[in-house]
Design a protein around this ligand. Structure first.
Ligand SMILES: *[C@@H]1O[C@H](CO)[C@@H](O)[C@H](O)[C@H]1NC(C)=O
Ligand SMILES: *[C@@H]1O[C@H](CO)[C@@H](O)[C@H](O)[C@H]1NC(C)=O
Ligand SMILES: *[C@@H]1O[C@H](CO)[C@@H](O)[C@H](O)[C@H]1NC(C)=O
Ligand SMILES: *[C@@H]1O[C@H](CO)[C@@H](O)[C@H](O)[C@H]1NC(C)=O
Length: 207
């Protein structure tokens, strides 16, 4: 009998103490969570406005044929060719901080095959600044020595080529944010009069 009642008393005492912090504790809890919420909201607003990372934009200003020499070897169905394409790009960085990009490569492609490349040296574009890049893409003759699709295009008189430029780097706003821009231009080289036509450029940015 006695032991039962004393254990009940113990339980009552426990339940009286247990509702956490009590009234004062609850007020502190409320204040702390309001402060955390407020700080979170402030950071969210700053993140969405001042510190928001924006996508750099790329524009192709010029594509020109610098050099085109070719000779067809009809007996062996081969073509000996030198082609150089000059590409002028401008990259705009809309962020309030600089955009730093790493060493990269620009590629010249023909029907999905890489036929030439040129290094794009690492650089930095200042806050809200624009930078122009002039790239000279030369075809590497050894890669196409026995390419029958290339030979067929030379016989037909139109050589479709593609220039591909990727710039990848980061924008540092509180954290480093990875940014990459991809530029692809398709163009037809009219072999008879050595002109370019059907230039189409596509731009893509990844944040
Ligand atoms: C391409 O250029 C190389 C070296 O610059 C030269 O030896 C070759 O004859 C050229 N080919 C054509 C088809 O002009
Ligand atoms: C970038 O390329 C340059 C020369 O083209 C080289 O000196 C430098 O070390 C390279 N940087 C990186 C990070 O690979
Ligand atoms: C690229 O070429 C254009 C015109 O051809 C010139 O105005 C510009 O300064 C060049 N940019 C660089 C970085 O050499
Ligand atoms: C070059 O030739 C193509 C057809 O092969 C023609 O459509 C184009 O107008 C010509 N361009 C010039 C500048 O003569």
């Amino acid at each position: 009998m006695e032991t039962e009642s004393s254990s009940r008393k113990l339980m009552e005492a426990d339940s009286a103490k247990s509702p956490g912090c009590g009234r004062r504790g609850r007020r502190i809890c409320l204040c702390a969570s309001a402060a955390v919420l407020g700080l979170g909201l402030l950071l969210l607003i700053l993140g969405l406005t001042v510190f928001k990372a924006r996508r750099p934009t790329t524009r192709v200003d010029s594509v020109a044929l610098d050099d085109l020499d070719f000779s067809l070897d009809l007996a062996r169905l081969r073509v000996a060719v030198n082609v150089t394409l000059a590409l002028g790009l401008t990259v705009h960085n809309p962020n309030r901080v600089g955009f730093k990009y790493r060493n990269g490569t620009a590629l010249l492609r023909h029907r999905g095959n890489d036929i030439g490349e040129v290094p794009v040296p690492a650089g930095r574009i200042g806050a809200r600044d624009t930078r122009s890049l002039n790239l000279t893409l030369a075809l590497m003759a050894d890669r196409i020595v026995s390419d029958s699709a290339m030979f067929n295009d030379f016989v037909s008189g139109t050589l479709p080529i593609q220039a591909y430029v990727k710039l990848s780097g980061k924008v540092r706003i509180v954290f480093s944010i990875h940014v990459a821009t991809y530029t692809t231009c398709d163009v037809d080289v009219m072999l008879r009069n050595q002109t370019l036509s059907n230039l189409k450029c596509h731009y893509r940015t990844k944040l």
